[in-house]
Write a protein that binds this ligand. Structure first.
Ligand code: NAD
Length: 348
């Protein structure tokens, strides 16, 4: 399939292939939409099987960033970059930085899978258009606790709509995964007095959570069967599917994991079961909201307050979903698209 054919209907603004064989760089930078502001999204280093797979991934990720920035009411567009391969050298990363610089700020890069703060420092030696370098002056720090803070706010909003009260005190929450985000989330939930169950394939994490928060450890394959108020996916994608949804015994699904729904139809399945689903890209936007504050001089208090607005976003999405009888994902997408459309009209 040709590239234009592949992007037909989605109107990507720019797809730039970057190559420098001297340093072994093969990268793609995709700008999905910049109507709301500079296209922003991390750089992923991955050993793709072929170029087709790399292109598919960068396009999907860039579009996802447009929706995430838009639903979060940020003055940012959606973009993403990928570097093909499994090795990175200072020369390669600096060369990538030079390509980012050719966009003159129209694309802003950050971390993603395979790229860490030390790598970003090398990228930044060639372009100022980099966000999220931990340990630097003006750094917004580790994104996981603030992502968890956003999920926590979104979970409170979902409880408000589904159960009539935003307090999570006394509610039972099941956490799938107890990694960087969900461990912080467990801390916030425990502090509020929620009862916790959870699992992780890394037993030591589950045991720590048991010791620290009294979390009831569940076997990973049984997490869908626990009778709870809230199920919070914080590990893998595509875990809400035709096999798992019939097993869920909860009123709310609200968690950090990306791409939780295996297919759009799974959003319908959840709705038919009367389960309120907080769309993943809206509830897990805390990291993006936080890092974008670096652009105006990072202030933690201001940034975390901003992240708390995820409460309003999730509440609005779930209320509209209920009143219009459309899935939360459909409603969230429509809100995000509408905001982009208005910005495009204003730009014209
Ligand atoms: P992480 O790698 O720190 O944690 C994931 C945890 O899930 C690990 O402890 C892992 O052992 C566990 N796990 C893997 N497979 C499992 C399974 N089958 N059952 C139970 N546990 C399993 O990752 P993270 O940074 O906490 O991110 C969690 C999710 O949130 C990911 O989907 C990520 O894309 C998404 N997310 C993270 C951020 C962030 O700021 N870190 C932001 C937005 C979205």
């Amino acid at each position: 399939m040709g590239v234009f054919e592949k992007i037909a209907g989605d109107d990507y603004e720019q797809i730039v292939y970057c190559q420098d064989s001297k340093v072994g760089l093969k990268a793609i930078i995709a700008i999905h939409n910049s109507a709301l502001g500079p296209a922003t999204g991390g750089c992923r280093l991955w050993n793709y099987r072929n170029e087709e797979e790399a292109l598919t991934d960068v396009l999907r990720l860039a579009k996802g960033m447009t929706y995430k920035a838009s639903i979060s009411d940020l003055a940012l567009g959606g973009g993403k970059s990928i570097i093909i391969g499994d090795r990175k050298s200072p020369e390669l990363l600096k060369r990538f930085g030079e390509f980012v610089q050719t966009f003159g700020g129209h694309y802003i890069t950050a971390k993603d899978v395979g790229i860490d703060s030390a790598d970003l420092k090398l990228v930044k030696s060639k372009t100022p258009h980099v966000l999220g370098i931990e340990g630097e002056a003006n750094s917004s720090g580790d994104p996981s606790p603030v992502t968890a803070w956003g999920v926590y706010q979104g979970m409170r909003a979902a409880a408000q709509v589904a159960l009539g009260n935003s307090s999570l005190k006394g509610l039972h929450v099941a956490l799938q995964g107890l990694g960087a985000v969900n461990y912080s989330l467990a801390k916030y939930l425990h502090a509020e007095g929620a009862k916790l169950s959870g699992c992780d394939i890394d037993k030591s994490k589950a045991e720590s959570a048991h010791k620290e928060f009294g979390l009831n450890i569940v076997r990973a394959e049984e997490i869908y069967d626990v009778s709870v108020d809230v199920f919070s996916p914080g590990a893998l994608g595509a875990i809400l599917n035709s096999q798992t949804i019939p097993r869920l015994r909860c009123k709310v699904v609200a968690g950090a994991a990306n791409n939780q729904l295996a297919t759009e139809n799974d959003g319908e399945l959840l709705m038919k079961r009367g389960i309120f689903y907080a769309p993943d890209y809206a509830i897990n936007a805390g990291g993006l909201i936080n890092v974008c504050h670096e652009r105006e001089g990072y202030n933690k208090e201001r940034a975390w307050k901003h992240v708390e607005r995820i409460f309003d976003t999730i509440k609005m999405v779930l209320e509209r979903s209920a009143s219009e009888n459309k899935t939360p994902s459909f409603v969230a997408n429509r809100i995000a698209e509408e905001r982009v459309r208005k910005a495009e009209l204003a730009r014209k």
